[in-house]
Structures are given as structure tokens and as C-alpha cells.
Design a binder for this molecule. Structure first.
Ligand code: ADP
Ligand code: MG
Length: 364
């Protein structure tokens, strides 16, 4: 898009390390033969062909430097992987099949002008592409811009995912009923535990090429549960579903409010990721309940339905039960091993929920 701000943002002739050079590189690296993309990168719009009988689902997610990642602690492959994983996880949560991704990217000028920056950019796209190929998701367009701020400019990415689901079949947060059982996929608390370890290190975590699985790197390389979401949707197993990217407690509250139910979580049933299991017991429980960024699915299913112990190769764990709304009763409760109940409050991630820190010396 042509920006109004002066000549610096006017289109320049193609340069191998400029905007047009980068877009050309992306176009080559992400060439697709997907039948759902009639026209991809290269024109003003992409043209998509959703499968007949399907509805189109759209989700968009920011990846902001300093908010979702740190350049000094996250390998660029992980930043690219997580950028796409965030959008794919939203599609998974609704039982949708990806059609295409769109990436709007603002980069500091150093990311194209300097060799270290170019390496970062290349690795970012390698991480994004590896996950895109794994799930056959074409990158069908986007926007590329230089972020303002010179040497202190930030990397900002916004990913849009387009998916499809058979008409009326997409999974929502709002369909659960009292008596339904609650399940999660995979394990909880691993992402928070890995992030804490990464931030304690002084240097950027090296990119271990051999291990890019949720088991080994729950924070750096989370695996969006697309196959589980699609299976739940196709087999009509779930009454409600969402992903728990903001933390189990926060996302469960969304399900409860949308479905008009209360929930009881059994502490002993929570599948704690081995990374969180290394913490002391209260910290492990906190990571599992409130940690966030596990990118697992939380779903409800009627108690009468016998669910397999795993779906699409991913373990399913029953972690609690939904109850009828009752005046004066908390939305969510935690059942401890000794049989006592305590209120479970949403303690995961919520933007704008923290007070703004006032600098000691106000800027002039
Ligand atoms: P316009 O100025 O018409 O918006 P651009 O020069 O921004 O066109 O983009 C040219 C083509 O490259 C478009 O098809 C656009 O979708 C694609 N594109 C631009 N940036 C990206 C990106 N970061 N990732 C993927 N495709 C991109
Ligand atoms: Mg554009």
C-alpha cells in the first residue's frame, strides 16, 4: 500500500534487499499449487475458492516485538513459527481447515539493509514456511512496510488466516450444556515454564534444528491442533471448543460465559507438561491453570459420549465437568485432591489489564 508520508515510502525500483526484493523472495519461496488459491501473491488482491458447501472463517493475530517475543531471547524461526501457529490454532479451535494465510509485516530498515538483519528475516520466514508446509497452508498475500523509529524500530507482524468448515458445523464457544464433560488436548503449563527458562538466560536461546515439537519446545514451537479440531468437527463430538492461548482459566471463563454454564475443574486430573512438572507444586499448578500460550484445545462433550484417549495422535484428558448456572456460585471452581472447592478466577493473559507504569521522570 502506498503511504501518504513523504517520499521515503514511495515505491522505489526493485532492489534485492528492498521491499520489492523481499516480496519477490516471499513469492518464490511460498509458491503454491493449492486449488483453493486461484490467484496468490502478485496482484492487488488474492482470489480464493472456498470448497463448495462450506462457510469461510477468518481470524487475525498480532505478533509484536516486546509483547509476544523478544529479539534477544527468541530464535527468529520460533517467531515465524509462532506467528502462523497463533492463527492456525484459532482455525483449529473452530474445527476449520486452512485455505490461505496473509502476512502484514513491518520491519526496521536494518532487517533488510544489514547482514544480521537479513539473516533474521530469512530465518523468520524459514520458521513460518516450515509450519505452513506441514499443514499445507499457502501464503497468498500480505503487506510489507518499514517500521518507523530507526535503530529502535520494532518488528510487527499481523497474520490473517482464512479457513473453511462445512455450513453450520464450525465449533463455537457457546454450545455447551450443564453436565457436559470438559477435555483438553496435550499438556498444560509447558509454554509458561519454557518461557520462564528462556527469559532467565542472558543470551538468545539457540535454535535447535532437530527438535521443533510441542513436547520439546512448548513455547517456541507449539503445534496447532488442526487435526484434532477437524476430527471433533467432522465427528460431531464437541458441543463447544476454543483454544487456550490466553491460559486455561481465562479461556474457560469465555466458554462458561458464552455457553451460560459454570465449570468445575479437578486439580488432580490436569495433565501437567514435564517442563512445568519440574517446578514446585504451586508453581506447576499456576503454570497449568494460568500460564497461557499452550495452544491446546479446550472442549466440552456430552458425558454420555465415550471419547478415545487420543485423537489424531494427541492425548485427550478429561479435566472437569460443566454445571448449571446458580446465583451466588462462582463461574469456575477448582476441586482440590482433599475434596475442598475454591473459586477459580481467570488469571491468564489479558491486554490492558495491568496498570500503566508512570515513568519517574515524565518525558518532555
Ligand atoms: P499493493 O501496493 O497493491 O498493496 P504490494 O506491493 O503491497 O501491493 O504487494 C504486492 C503483492 O505482494 C500483493 O499480492 C501482496 O499481497 C503481496 N505481499 C506483500 N507483502 C507481503 C508479505 N509480507 N507476505 C506475503 N505477501 C505479500
Ligand atoms: Mg500492499
Amino acid at each position: 500500500m502506498l503511504t501518504v508520508y513523504a517520499a521515503i515510502s514511495m515505491k522505489k525500483p526493485s532492489h534485492p534487499f528492498g521491499e520489492l526484493g523481499l516480496i519477490e523472495q516471499i513469492r518464490r519461496d511460498f509458491a503454491t499449487s493449492s486449488s483453493a488459491v486461484k490467484l496468490g501473491i502478485g496482484d492487488d488482491c488474492a482470489i480464493l475458492r472456498p470448497p463448495p458447501g462450506c462457510e469461510v472463517l477468518v481470524t487475525t493475530d498480532f505478533t509484536l516485538e516486546g509483547r509476544h517475543f523478544r529479539r534477544d531471547s527468541h530464535p527468529p524461526e520460533s517467531v515465524g513459527h509462532r506467528c502462523l501457529a497463533r492463527g492456525l490454532s484459532d482455525l483449529a479451535a473452530m474445527g476449520a481447515t486452512p485455505i490461505a494465510a496473509f502476512l502484514s509485516l513491518a520491519l526496521p530498515s536494518t532487517m533488510l539493509a544489514e547482514s544480521a538483519g537479513r539473516t533474521w528475516t530469512k530465518s523468520f520466514f524459514n520458521g513460518l514456511r516450515a509450519l505452513a508446509e506441514l499443514h499445507s497452508v499457502p501464503l497468498a498475500g500480505g503487506d510489507t512496510s518499514e517500521s518507523p523509529g530507526g535503530r529502535s524500530a520494532l518488528i510487527l507482524a499481523d497474520i490473517v488466516l482464512i479457513g473453511s468448515a462445512p455450513k453450520g458445523k464450525a465449533l463455537r464457544r457457546s454450545g455447551a450444556s450443564p453436565g457436559d464433560a470438559l477435555y483438553v488436548t496435550g499438556q498444560l503449563g509447558g509454554a509458561a515454564a519454557e518461557l520462564a527458562t528462556m527469559l532467565k538466560r542472558r543470551r538468545r536461546t539457540p535454535n535447535n534444528k532437530a527438535a521443533k515439537t510441542t513436547e520439546d519446545h512448548p513455547h517456541m514451537f507449539p503445534e496447532p491442533r488442526l487435526d484434532v479440531g477437524e476430527a471433533l468437527q467432522r465427528r460431531g463430538l464437541a458441543t463447544a471448543c476454543l483454544d487456550i492461548s490466553d491460559g486455561l482459566s481465562t479461556d474457560l471463563a469465555h466458554l462458561c460465559r458464552a455457553s451460560g454454564v459454570n465449570a468445575e475443574i479437578e486439580q488432580e486430573a490436569l495433565p501437567i507438561h514435564p517442563f512445568a512438572g519440574k517446578l514446585d507444586a504451586p508453581a506447576a499448578l499456576h503454570a497449568a491453570l494460568h500460564g497461557g500460550e499452550d495452544y491446546e484445545l479446550l472442549f466440552a462433550a456430552p458425558s454420555s459420549v465415550r471419547l478415545p484417549s487420543s485423537l489424531a495422535g494427541v492425548p485427550l484428558t478429561r479435566i472437569g465437568t460443566l454445571k448449571a448456572r446458580r446465583a451466588g456460585h462462582p463461574l469456575m471452581t477448582l476441586l482440590a485432591p482433599d475434596g475442598s472447592h475454591t473459586e477459580l478466577k481467570p488469571g491468564g493473559w489479558e491486554h490492558f489489564s495491568k496498570p500503566v507504569r508512570t515513568p519517574k521522570k515524565p518525558p518532555r
